[in-house]
Write a protein that binds this ligand. Sequence first.
Ligand code: TYD
Ligand code: MG
Length: 459
Amino acid sequence: MAKPKSYFFCSECGYQSSSWLGKCPECGKWNTMQEEVVQAVKTAAASRGTVAGAASRPKLIHEVTTSETQRIATHCAEFDRVLGGGIVPGSLLLLGGEPGIGKSTLLLQTALSIPGRRILYVSGEESEEQIKMRADRLCGEGRKDVGELYVVSETVTQRIFEHVEALKPDMLIVDSIQTICTESIDSSAGSISQIRECTTEFQRFAKERAVPVLLVGHITKDGTLAGPKVMEHIVDCVLQFEGDRNYGYRLLRSLKNRFGSTAEIGIFEMQGDGLKEVANPSEFLLSQRDENLSGCAIAATLEGARPMFIEVQSLVSSAVYGTPQRNANGFDFRRLSMLLAVLEKRCGFKLGAKDVFLNIAGGIRVSDPAIDLAVAGSILSSNVDIPISPRFCFAAEMGLSGEVRPVSRVEHRIAEADRLGFEKIFISKYNARSLNKKRFGIEIVEVSVIEEAFRSLFA
Ligand code: TYD
Ligand code: MG
């Protein structure tokens, strides 16, 4: 038997070295090298190289039939949207997210609702009874089991492949990759070399059998997927399930998708009996307020192709301490500082001596730059203590010189604002040029600089 050998792996990028290094030469991070004892145990499966052992043969591209890549619809509109229309057979998906965010719930619920498919759900974290208890919670009594769902509690890949041989499922779900280990190398489950090896085994299996594999992955404290970056390179799709645990909303984002766009997001709400799809996010993200309160402004943002209306709230008050405090929830802090500097310079407000707190309602994070004008509006509204009507909304980016810049797909935003019954939408003058305004019932206010918007709102 070969002598056990220890290697050092970078926990960031998976770089392998035979000696310890302070700084990873691959990704340049310090103190990331971890020692692992790796012993190659040559098993039959490992030495075979491939699961089926089938020889490959190059084909002409037009000879490759695509009938086999008929996607499997998940029967969950939000999930399908993020995937780009369903799960591609033979693909390897990774679903990441913080503990307790609902990854297991999402996959179990999806597995229960795909009709006419045989699915194997492997859990390394929960026993079969626990999975059954969760399944009973999901949709309670009214649930109709439409497919054939098998569950097994197992952590060794070789056993999992034995179950797969026996069952021949149409889809394999593995919860979670950090609890799974392979016999072909000798290190503990969750270590970098195990994660890498297991992911490779699942990928090989998925490609050879044209069976999609959905892996659940944990997320570390700093929000990156636990395990080396190489895992993200191996898989076909990386989905991230996120949300504020204090709110019921969950967003499913795609960070990488070989078979679709990464711009789409899926929105769910966690309820007592599982995750509910949210088809119309704007209607519930806007707080139902009767009174006019200063510091609130509504932004018409787009997430993927879908318009989403969100409420920006801010509070501007005189700084109590010498250094003013700034805080942003759900919005980029540096962008807030930039907008404050622009408002100070262009509108002449002495915001430098004020505390500014900004919050996006609903625990949502927004990166669409079209939210800028709403952010500026809400800050100014709080500063002068004059409310902005809840029937107004904003869709424009702001430039460093205070100019109001155009945003993408403005017609979409206007049409949605119109549909939701808004009275006015503020957009950039440059966006309005190519717009057929007669199509919309809503009043379109064109602004070119921030002072104009300010005058029109608070004059
Ligand atoms: P879970 O899927 O176990 O999270 P993960 O696998 O990402 O760690 O979800 C756990 C949380 O979801 C738990 O805190 C309880 C909540 N939950 C509900 O609110 N309703 C439900 O029907 C279920 C199954 C879970
Ligand atoms: Mg779980």
